[in-house]
Design a protein around this ligand. Structure first.
Ligand SMILES: [Cu+2]
Length: 119
């Protein structure tokens, strides 16, 4: 093996490891919500992964404290919701999931992600 191939091999192994950690490791923190959940919007979403029940209406209370314009809107594409989040003002979004699965929600430009798991 030539040195450049070895470097490529090392980089790709690191890349796989990072991808694994990024997509699987980070999602360990799953917030189990029943009727409502407060979601802090500050450099991302906290909690980022919310698990809810199918057929049960849930209130998602978004509070944006981050002035980044990027996070101004929240989009729940699967639930046909796009909502403006004024700074430091709670916005309640109600959804009633009618199917199981994993649904992502994002900022207006799709840079920040959160996940709703319907069980
Ligand atoms: Cu954004």
């Amino acid at each position: 093996m030539s040195p450049d191939k070895i470097i490529v091999a090392i980089v790709s192994v690191l890349g796989i490891g990072f991808t694994y950690w990024f997509f699987l490791g980070k999602n360990d923190k799953e917030f189990v919500a029943s009727d409502s959940v407060d979601i802090m919007v500050d450099g991302g979403y906290e909690p980022e992964v919310i698990s809810i029940l199918k057929g049960k209406t849930i209130k998602l209370n978004f509070l944006r404290t981050d002035p980044t314009t990027c996070l101004e809107d929240v989009v729940l594409g699967d639930f046909k919701v796009r909502e403006h989040l004024p700074l430091n003002k709670k916005v309640v979004i109600e959804i009633t999931p009618d199917k199981k699965g994993e649904f992502t929600y994002t900022c207006g430009m799709g840079m920040y992600h959160g996940k709703i798991i319907v069980k």
